[in-house]
Design a protein around this ligand. Structure first.
Ligand SMILES: *[C@@H]1O[C@H](CO)[C@@H](O)[C@H](O)[C@H]1NC(C)=O
Ligand SMILES: *[C@@H]1O[C@H](CO)[C@@H](O)[C@H](O)[C@H]1NC(C)=O
Ligand SMILES: *[C@@H]1O[C@H](CO)[C@@H](O)[C@H](O)[C@H]1NC(C)=O
Ligand SMILES: *[C@@H]1O[C@H](CO)[C@@H](O)[C@H](O)[C@H]1NC(C)=O
Length: 191
């Protein structure tokens, strides 16, 4: 009786050990797999901020400003408190005049007095022969960093239920009126 109990205990012990070891390695394997993007895309988008004289060309406008600022010129103290809405053309190369493949639509808020930093919430809305649908983005954008990572929080159409990381890089910055961002989108969930 005691002997068979002992045998049972030993079998149980090894089984449990194997099970835990197996689930542990499965978790590790899954984690490694999840770090390889299922899709990588690169785009540029172009932001022309209204400055009092360019209403015809502007693709972005200050729609909220702190009491010490106004809606024509970005406020002092690193633009803290400014809210900008944009509808920017997206292109495949860095030329503003290339045929757009979609629009980057959303807003950014400058959210720190001490340094130049913003918070972004926007969508890429595609309507080209290559891509249809949208990708949604959100995250902090510390503008002085060469590259900044924001979250890809979802998508529709060709990008149904997607998630990932978008790496932003300021590709051009001209006198507070025009800037161009390069966006490398790495998707880790594709359907
Ligand atoms: C609009 O853009 C065009 C082409 O870049 C430029 O020639 C024109 O001066 C701009 N107009 C305004 C009002 O900024
Ligand atoms: C907006 O603020 C800027 C900078 O303080 C100032 O030069 C400009 O005259 C203001 N514009 C309006 C319309 O109040
Ligand atoms: C997308 O493009 C097609 C063909 O050019 C057009 O008919 C349609 O209205 C566009 N849709 C949007 C949402 O822009
Ligand atoms: C921005 O750069 C600073 C200094 O190089 C670094 O400490 C910080 O982690 C960076 N932030 C992001 C979000 O990349």
């Amino acid at each position: 009786m005691a002997k068979s109990f002992l045998a049972l205990a030993i079998i149980l012990y090894f089984c449990l050990f194997q099970c835990f070891a197996a689930s542990g390695s499965m978790r590790k394997a899954k984690r490694i797999r999840a770090r390889i993007p299922c899709k990588t895309l690169v785009f540029y988008f172009h932001d022309i901020i209204y400055n009092g004289h360019n209403a015809g060309n502007a693709t972005a406008a200050i729609v909220g400003a702190p009491a010490w600022g106004n809606m024509t010129i970005l406020a002092s103290q690193n633009h803290f408190g400014d809210l900008v809405v944009f509808d920017d053309p997206i292109t495949l190369d860095n030329n503003l005049h290339s045929t757009p493949v979609g629009r980057a639509q959303g807003f950014y808020i400058y959210d720190k007095k001490e340094i130049f930093t913003a918070w972004l919430g926007f969508s890429f809305v595609f309507n080209s022969t290559e891509h249809k649908g949208s990708i949604n983005f959100a995250g902090a954008d510390p503008l002085m960093n060469k590259t900044r990572d924001i979250s890809v929080i979802g998508g529709t159409g060709d990008f149904f239920m997607t998630r990932g990381i978008a790496t932003l890089m300021t590709d051009a910055f001209e006198g507070e009126v025009y800037f161009r961002l390069r966006v490398e989108i790495n998707l880790y969930e594709c359907w």
